[in-house]
Design a binder for this molecule. Structure first.
Ligand code: SF4
Length: 394
């Protein structure tokens, strides 16, 4: 039987702002995260089962660098004859999901990706060095945007993408227009549709981006967030404090039960400390904030863990971004297809229906819950992490 093919050069997701994260859980045992030691084991690294490259990817120096990194790990790179990839679709959604999630395609970015879009409230502009992620978070925000099997696409034309950013310097309309964030310069978000540290060992792309911004002597900032801890190759880079790395963290029930394939919370906090000690501006993305039973206790432990991770860091520049759980009818359907046994709460009756910026329906916490969460986070962050600046709540 001939299985349908997919065009790996087409974007995985449309150019709309990603909806933030979510999950649900029950009360579990507590842990002391207050004292954070360096990562006790090697960073978690993904090994794809299949790596393919389009012919055009061979025309780019960075594409060849990615291929060399992949082959150095003993993985063969399959050269496609065109842009079509076959053998990904399985007999059912679960099989297709499993095959796609273990496949990486080295491609040239589509032209639509080279025209940057604003990405409120995070940054003035978003740009992409990859799309897709090998992890298995049961709330994954990519689920609402996927238009096909979730093959991870990594871009071969990274050097051109980075060079093209100069056209956007000084033209920001999001953080550049906010009094509280104007000092960040023109901001560029590079993790909208992927997790950088899940792929860095196979691409080297975000390392190049950090170096690019380090050399870019202007009021600009590179931003990305991650649930992985593979920071070895970033410590010691000439970042010139123009990259803010945020670690995406959550309470214990969420990190252990619904964030499959990501790094342990302790390891993420260890990575946060290493980057902060290396002089990077750092941050935490607490997302999705979920009102699990006893959420105050669980999030209190998380905040104490973050405080422990940044304790005594000289010249600490720490921010927090706070994103509550929401889902859309589309993301719920995709997530239930991928994770039929999920315990993630996605009950429309327990939520408030809202319309997003582009008219799409989304379900968020009701106003009472939202106010309780918001008040608690603002109060407790001020108490437990007084030097931390909150960039936004949503
Ligand atoms: Fe989705 Fe990957 Fe982020 Fe998890 S780490 S939410 S799977 S993009």
């Amino acid at each position: 039987m001939t299985l349908p093919s997919i065009d790996v050069t087409q974007p995985l997701a449309p150019a709309t702002p990603p909806a933030p994260h979510s999950a649900s859980g029950e009360a579990v045992e507590t842990h002391d995260l207050g004292a954070v030691a360096p990562p006790p084991r090697p960073a978690r690294r993904w090994t794809p089962k299949r790596v393919v490259a389009t012919p055009a990817a061979y025309d780019h120096a960075h594409g060849l660098r990615i291929m060399a990194l992949v082959e150095a790990r003993g993985i063969e790179v399959e050269r496609l004859r065109g842009n079509r990839l076959t053998g990904v679709r399985g007999e059912n959604d679960r099989e297709t999901y499993a095959r796609a999630k273990s496949t990486m395609a080295i491609v040239v970015s589509p032209p639509s990706r080279r025209k940057l879009q604003p990405i409120a409230p995070s940054a003035d502009w978003r740009f992409d060095l990859a799309e897709g992620c090998p992890a298995h978070c049961q709330y994954c925000y990519l689920a609402g945007s996927l238009s096909g099997p979730p093959v991870t696409r990594v871009y071969a034309d990274v050097d051109d993408i980075l060079a093209g950013l100069r056209d956007y310097e000084g033209r920001g309309t999001i953080t550049s227009r906010r009094e509280a964030r104007r000092d960040e310069g023109t901001t560029f978000e590079a993790s909208c549709y992927t997790d950088p540290l899940a792929l860095e060992h196979l691409t080297g792309s975000w390392r190049r981006a950090v170096e690019h911004f380090g050399e870019w002597d202007a009021a600009v900032q590179l931003r990305w967030t991650t649930k992985f801890d593979d920071v070895d190759s970033f410590v010691g880079l000439a970042h010139s404090r123009r990259t803010r790395v945020r670690l995406s963290v959550n309470n214990r029930p969420v990190t252990t039960r619904v964030e499959g394939g990501t790094s342990r919370l302790e390891d993420r906090l260890g990575a946060l400390r290493r980057l902060a000690l290396d002089g990077y501006p750092v941050g935490v993305t607490i997302a999705p904030i979920i009102a699990v039973p006893d959420w105050r206790t669980h999030y209190g432990e998380l905040l104490d863990g973050i405080a422990g991770a940044v304790r005594d860091v000289p010249d600490l520049d720490l921010t927090a971004e706070l994103i509550t759980h929401r889902f859309t009818p589309g993301s719920k359907e995709v997530l239930l297809g991928w994770y039929p046994g999920t315990k993630l709460e996605m009950d429309e009756a327990a939520r408030t229906r809202k319309h997003g910026k582009f008219g799409a329906v989304k379900y968020v916490y009701p106003p009472g819950t939202m106010a309780e969460l918001r008040t608690w986070f603002h109060t407790e962050l001020a108490e437990r992490l007084p030097s931390c600046r909150i960039l936004y709540w949503t």
